[in-house]
Ligand binder design. Structure first.
Ligand code: ACO
Ligand code: ZN
Length: 162
């Protein structure tokens, strides 16, 4: 249970019955949309790292992540890396600390899955999200030129998990 400004919300792991809500939030909040199977695959593979937030019993936010093996963003070694695929909160529930809570619990889950670091991509113009990640101690690793299908660049942001 998280709270801020006297508003209470609840975090829990995604369940298949949340699929329609999560797809609705994803389409409402982000231009990067995915087929239903993409969400269900992440739920199957890393159930603890796919979270939803409820406000008054209604799902109003989610965070979906996975663990990958790849080259570290911090050291010259291969590492287990958490990858935050997508996070969003409906406009009416923003600025209450819900994304911060989703991210905090996501980082805990990724750590439990053995990840030593976590990364994500974010549009270079997405100030709210960039501020959120900076607050969570992510740093910019590099600019991914033309990362998005509309040609916009992304920041690759990452942080260590200890
Ligand atoms: N302007 C500036 N900074 C902001 C804003 C904003 N509108 N919104 C959040 N922040 C920053 C602030 O630093 C804030 O802390 P503060 O309120 O103490 O100042 C901090 O983020 C945490 O805010 P939360 O309340 O925890 O964030 P919220 O629940 O509102 O969700 C989110 C933030 C997820 C970015 C939301 O705005 C959203 O859904 N946006 C559209 C979808 C999106 O951009 N998702 C991220 C794409 S990248 C990816 O998915 C990997
Ligand atoms: Zn990504």
């Amino acid at each position: 249970m998280g709270s801020s400004r006297s508003i209470f919300f609840k975090l829990r792991v995604f369940e298949p019955r949340d699929l329609d809500s999560v797809i609705y939030i994803n389409r409402t909040c982000l231009p990067e949309n995915y087929p239903p199977d993409f969400f269900l695959m992440h739920h199957r593979e890393h159930p603890e790292a796919f979270l939803v937030a409820e406000l008054d019993g209604e799902v109003i936010g989610y965070s979906m992540s996975r663990v990958e093996h790849g080259f570290s963003n911090f050291r010259r070694v291969f590492a287990k890396k958490g990858h935050v695929i997508s996070i969003a909160v409906l406009p009416r529930a923003r600025r209450m600390g819900i994304a911060t809570s989703l991210m905090t619990r996501t980082l805990e889950a990724l750590r439990k899955y053995g990840a030593s670091e976590v990364y994500l991509e974010v549009r270079v113009t997405n100030e709210p999200a960039i501020n959120l990640y900076r607050k969570m101690n992510f740093e910019i690793v590099r600019r991914l030129v033309g990362y998005y299908v509309d040609g916009e660049d992304a920041w690759l942001m990452a942080r260590q998990l200890w």
